[in-house]
Ligand binder design. Structure first.
Ligand SMILES: [Zn+2]
Length: 194
């Protein structure tokens, strides 16, 4: 689900033009970035789902801290707060919301493995609508998000450069967004990302 997150970042960029694209990209993947050290130290883990069809979306992810509802809220708040100190309150709120959107998108695809509290204390029911059980549909939605995000970004970038001089740069940057999104989706689909 990396590509879908990036597509959303590109779409937000078309509306919030003063926020750098890299910050929006980092925001959408922030929970996964924090997941890496948790994964490497064995605090969080990934397990193959028994009903997995292929590699894409075929995992149950035990990210009980970074991807708990409370953990995601805290991480998103910290992310937004950090950037609000630099780029102002509005940028901080947008980046915090984009960071939290990661959890919402994960909620749609994950197989009921997202806990509510840190470390799943209290043993409340874990969440996830499990769209990954239908990998073709999930991948098509991701593809649509990448295409829509790149297109919105391209349109916005062209508007900003209406005098024509910087059009080549607008086309190039939108093209890179598209290639990056498609490449991450292809990598995810073929199992390169695990
Ligand atoms: Zn995630």
């Amino acid at each position: 689900m990396i590509a879908g997150h990036f597509g959303l970042a590109a779409g937000v960029k078309s509306q919030e033009r003063s926020i750098p694209l890299w910050a929006l990209m980092l925001a959408t993947s922030w929970l996964d970035v924090v997941f890496v050290p948790f994964y490497l130290t064995g605090i969080e883990s990934i397990e193959k789902a028994p009903d997995a069809v292929g590699t894409y979306g075929g995992s149950i992810i035990h990210a009980n801290y970074t991807h708990s509802l409370l953990g995601a809220a805290i991480l998103s708040f910290v992310f937004g707060w950090f950037f609000s100190r630099r780029w102002g309150e509005r940028a901080g709120i947008v980046l915090g919301a984009v960071a939290f959107s990661h959890w919402i998108l994960d909620l749609i695809v994950h197989r009921g493995d997202l806990p509510i509290l840190l470390g799943n204390v209290g043993g409340f029911p874990t969440l996830g609508f499990g769209l990954w059980r239908d990998p073709a549909i999930a991948a098509l939605i991701e593809l649509a998000m990448v295409l829509a995000g790149a297109w919105l970004y391209w349109r916005a970038a062209r508007e900003v450069t209406a005098d024509g001089r910087l059009r080549g740069r607008a086309d190039l940057s939108a093209g890179l967004v598209l290639v990056f999104g498609l490449a991450s989706l292809a990598a995810d689909w073929t199992g390169f990302l695990g």
